[in-house]
Design a protein around this ligand. Structure first.
Ligand SMILES: CCCCCCCC/C=C\CCCCCCCC(=O)SCCNC(=O)CCNC(=O)[C@H](O)C(C)(C)COP(=O)(O)OP(=O)(O)OC[C@H]1O[C@@H](n2cnc3c(N)ncnc32)[C@H](O)[C@@H]1OP(=O)(O)O
Length: 156
């Protein structure tokens, strides 16, 4: 799903850093999650393949966690750019790199198979190199999981 003309955060990672299984655009076997900055929040959509089944009809929790992981690091990088007045529509590659230090996932309801999942991210706070992002993962209008990530901005 496209959002305006803006590129996904992960499509702004330089080629040598675009191999992440969850979100690298150069990993053809991976999920290739795409996170978009929309206003003051981040959005991503993902339709899991049947092979990611937990119980019949529901999505495996490890996939839910990895979607939150990659949406979280992409969101963290985007929120740092906003704070540093970097316009993501005007750069070829994103000049901020974030990795996950900590990820908390709360599973609130079974995540249904066969429904496009929606991830949302909101900045909680930035303190030096530490960025906390709050997330939800929902199916239709049901929040199936919430997540909190602490991402660390990698030193230059
Ligand atoms: C896999 C590494 C890749 C490196 C490549 C970088 C380029 C990335 C570019 C594009 C991204 C594309 C890919 C997206 C990635 C998708 C998401 C993932 O799956 S990421 C993989 C899973 N994560 C890891 O493998 C991190 C392993 N951990 C580390 O490498 C280090 O621990 C790191 C970088 C997270 C922090 O190390 P420090 O040496 O830079 O910094 P310190 O001083 O230890 O921590 C900074 C602050 O954060 C706190 N902190 C660190 N870990 C914490 C934790 N678990 N809980 C609470 N606080 C923590 C510390 O207490 C410190 O706080 P105070 O500044 O003193 O206030």
């Amino acid at each position: 799903m496209m959002h305006n003309k803006s590129k996904a955060i992960q499509d702004l990672y330089p080629d040598e850093l675009a191999h992440c299984y969850g979100c690298g655009k150069n990993n053809l076997d991976g999920y290739q999650l795409k996170t978009y900055l929309v206003g003051d929040e981040t959005i991503a959509h993902f339709l899991p393949d049947e092979k990611f089944t937990a119980l019949p009809g529901s999505v495996y929790g490890g996939l839910v966690a990895s979607l939150l992981d990659c949406h979280g690091t992409g969101s963290a990088a985007a929120f740092v750019c906003v704070q540093e007045n970097i316009n993501l529509n005007e750069v070829e590659t994103i000049p901020v790199r974030c990795v996950t230090a900590s990820l908390k996932v709360d599973f609130k309801a079974p995540t249904p198979m066969g429904v496009e999942l929606k991830l949302r991210g909101k900045l909680q706070s930035i303190e030096g190199r530490k960025i906390w992002v709050d997330m939800t993962l929902s199916a239709d209008d049901t929040i199936c999981a919430t997540g909190e990530i602490l991402a660390i901005k990698i030193k230059d």
